[in-house]
Design a binder for this molecule. Structure first.
Ligand code: THG
Length: 266
């Protein structure tokens, strides 16, 4: 079944930033409880937006969330030192978000990950920047899997983020990432595919319909996880319905449960 990484605890969101600045634990706890009730499989924690405060904001967020989290945390930072600090704080095996092929980041992350059993999100980003074609995305994914396997991370613990790019800048960007996901899954059937989805609709009106349609297409290509807002009922219903249509939901049980709970409405 598809895995939802709840994205709401991110200081780039204004209300979360204010709650973190004021150390308003009740706000954060309430938000996380809502994401858990909505079906989040992981809770992403990103404290990157208050420049100069990331380390202590991340510490406070983990201290606040960990006691009530019934699912693992997804520790989200571009800074290997912040990820290492956060990793040491968590009791349940976390997901690490993220590693990339950028020289500094790769060089700092690989020794830290060596021998660990955690799940890792690997971005198809390198020193040249964003990927330019589906073959470019596939080539980067192959390198990421090889590097991570070398330090003992199993392929089934790797979540490749192919980096979705706005279709408003180039009408080929949808097909480019869909073809890449198919190619990655052909090379590594056990690898997971994840990522943010909303970049696809950047610059266009009525973004949610684009994001929703796109997640269904990406799931057909092999995406089996995404970093989304689990309180967005329409995208959650689309994901459950697509999982059923793709044969991942025995006897339509997950779909029917969603309808009975009111989470899925047509
Ligand atoms: N890949 C990986 N990790 C990621 C991303 C990704 N982590 C961060 C991000 N992208 C996914 N998380 C969020 C969290 C919140 C929002 C978007 C993505 C969000 N954005 C509002 C908006 O864009 O309108 C902000 C508005 C507000 O201030 O509330 O809510 O791609 N591996």
């Amino acid at each position: 079944m598809f895995e939802v990484i709840g994205e709401r605890i991110n200081t780039s969101r204004k209300k979360v930033q204010a709650a973190v600045a004021e150390r308003d634990a009740d706000y954060i706890v309430d938000d996380v409880k809502q994401q858990l009730a909505a079906g989040a499989d992981y809770i992403d924690v990103n404290a990157g937006a208050r420049i100069g405060h990331e380390t202590e904001d991340m510490q406070w967020l983990i201290d606040t969330i960990q006691p009530i989290a019934t699912v693992p945390l997804c520790l989200d930072s571009p800074d290997p030192a912040v990820l290492e600090m956060a990793f040491q704080m968590v009791e349940a095996e976390p997901m690490i978000n993220s590693i990339s092929l950028e020289t500094d980041r790769l060089g700092a992350m690989l020794p830290f990950l060596e021998g660990k059993a955690c799940k890792v999100i690997a971005l198809c980003m390198d020193d040249a920047g964003m990927p330019a074609s589906s073959d470019d995305i596939i080539g980067r994914a192959v390198k990421l899997v090889e590097e991570l396997n070398r330090v003992g991370i199993k392929t089934e613990s790797i979540y490749i983020d192919p980096l979705v790019q706005p279709i408003s800048t180039d009408s080929n960007k949808g097909v480019m990432v869909l073809d890449a996901v198919r190619g990655i899954k052909k090379n590594f059937p056990e690898v997971h595919i994840t990522g943010g989805l909303s970049n696809i609709s950047y610059g266009l009106p009525q973004r949610r319909i684009i994001n929703r349609t796109f997640v269904g297409l990406m799931m057909d290509a092999g995406m089996d996880s995404a970093i989304i807002d689990p309180l967005d009922q329409a995208i959650m219903a689309t994901i459950k319905t697509a999982d059923m249509l793709l044969g991942h939901d025995n006897f339509c049980g997950g779909y029917l449960k969603g309808v009975r709970s009111g989470a899925i409405k047509s």
